[in-house]
Design a protein. Structure first.
Length: 458
């Protein structure tokens, strides 16, 4: 009876401690990793580094000099040599360490063993990046950072750079318009595509950039950002008038570059390799970012007259995508589907959109539209996105690299408030003034009536 009482007295706190740890791991994985996961994984790594590397085939035969030194000093067994390990650097989401590869090894050898290393050291994932020839960086992620997205504290981007999402390796995904001028974002309804667009708009709002929108859903997506927009078209008819104005703005900027650099006035725009960033700062026009939401609405036609208008708009979009970068005009095209079935010019336009972001889609063909020319495994990853994780997407570019990302939640009210606070940043572009959206006046709350003192009665 005494032993049973003692067991119950000891088992109660242990069970409570175990239950608390399980709850913390499920609800607060970051805190659990810092308190429990980090020490355990570090101990595993330090105690088993050599044996794990040997089991993964990441060791090489030691040099003759090393063999002679071991036999002369310890007379012990000469073991294969693993990559030289650097200092372990803990982070809020995992561990980082640098490896100097042994002679004859390459980064692909370490990357091929990433899954084995993950299980051996008890972490969620292992990612390998090349630092320089012979040196790789291992990033060990302790838990699923995409389950509940928390952006790193230091995520401030530079000019035309927006930290819009979190990668699966716990690094921020930055949309850099200088490096990747034009992008395509696809996703089904409730996939998180609109959230991605909100982050882009709010990230660019405080910068000296002209924001232009084409939203053929009567403006329901972009109209809340009207105080910060330089132009907004809410139907195909308005878009057909706005796009020629952007083409004219682009041509005027090319004329400015020609005049500054002494290029002959008759030189075709396609042969001008310089851009607005070579102009003096006081003469440099502000960049323009064009957001096109539900691009398929620009392609759909019902009559012969609408078909002619469609062909003209598509041609103008293709011209902006081909020539706009040098003039500081960038495109962000969004839609649920985008491919050759939309009509003439769709495939040509898609080929000019370097950056690709594919959220959850309804069919494999839609994923192939965005990622098929990047990597087959990226298509499979996009098709596996579950519906209960809105904002999860596969991001890549035409260089072949891709990764999973997830956009954090941002309410429409907060995004609209950011745009209202940045309304003074709208640049003066005469060509876009006719298309400036009207901003309704904010209702002024009447002050609360003053409370009159009540007489004291005896």
């Amino acid at each position: 009876m005494t032993d049973l009482t003692t067991l119950l007295e000891v088992g109660g706190p242990v069970a409570a401690l175990g239950g608390g740890a399980a709850y913390t791991r499920a609800k607060h994985p970051g805190a659990y990793w810092s308190a429990v996961g980090l020490p355990i994984s570090t101990a595993r790594l330090l105690s088993s580094y050599g044996s794990v590397m040997e089991a993964c085939g990441l060791t090489v035969t030691p040099s003759r000099l090393r063999v002679l030194a071991v036999k002369a000093t310890t007379r012990g067994e000469v073991r294969p040599v693993p990559p030289r390990r650097g200092i372990i650097r803990p982070t809020t989401t995992g561990l980082r360490l640098r490896l100097r590869l042994a002679p004859g090894q390459e980064p692909a050898d370490v990357a091929a063993s990433a899954e084995r290393l993950r299980h051996a050291w008890g972490v969620h994932a292992v990612y390998v990046t090349t630092v320089k020839p012979g040196v790789v960086d291992l990033r060990l992620v302790g838990y699923d950072v995409l389950r509940k997205v928390r952006m790193p504290r230091k995520t401030e981007g530079g000019f035309l750079q927006v930290p819009v999402a979190l990668r699966e390796d716990a690094t921020p995904f930055v949309r850099d318009y200088r490096a990747v001028p034009h992008g395509l974002s696809l996703g089904a309804t409730l996939s998180g595509k609109s959230m991605y667009l909100r982050h882009l708009v709010t990230g660019l709002a405080p910068q000296s950039v002209a924001l232009v929108g084409i939203d053929c859903k009567r403006g329901v997506e972009l109209a809340p950002f009207a105080p910060r927009l330089s132009a907004l078209a809410t139907d195909p008819e308005q878009a057909a008038e706005l796009l020629p104005a952007l083409i004219k703005e682009m041509e005027d900027r090319y004329d400015l570059i020609k005049a500054r650099q002494g290029i002959a006035p008759g030189t075709p725009d396609e042969e001008i390799t310089s851009d607005i960033w070579g102009l003096p700062e006081q003469q440099r026009p502000v960049p323009v970012v064009l957001f096109v939401d539900e691009v398929a609405e620009l392609f759909l036609v019902a009559t012969k007259k609408e078909e002619e208008r469609r062909d003209e708009m598509v041609t103008q979009l293709i011209r902006l995508a081909q020539l706009g970068r040098a003039a500081g005009i960038y495109l962000e095209v969004c839609g649920q589907r985008f491919g050759a079935e939309l009509g003439k010019g769709a495939t040509m336009l898609r080929a000019q959109l370097t950056g690709r972001v594919c959220h959850r889609v309804n069919d494999e063909a839609s994923a192939k539209m965005a990622l098929g020319d990047i990597a087959p495994e990226a298509v499979s990853a996009a098709c596996a996105i579950p519906a209960e994780r809105p904002g999860l997407a596969v991001a890549g570019d035409t260089s072949g690299g891709w990764s999973r990302i997830r956009t954090p939640y941002l309410s429409l009210a907060d995004a609209a408030e950011t745009c209202r606070a940045s309304a003074h940043m709208v640049p003066d572009l005469p060509a876009l003034k006719p298309f400036r959206p009207s901003v309704p006046a904010q209702p002024v709350e009447s002050p609360a009536p003053a409370v009159k003192p009540r007489p004291v009665t005896g």
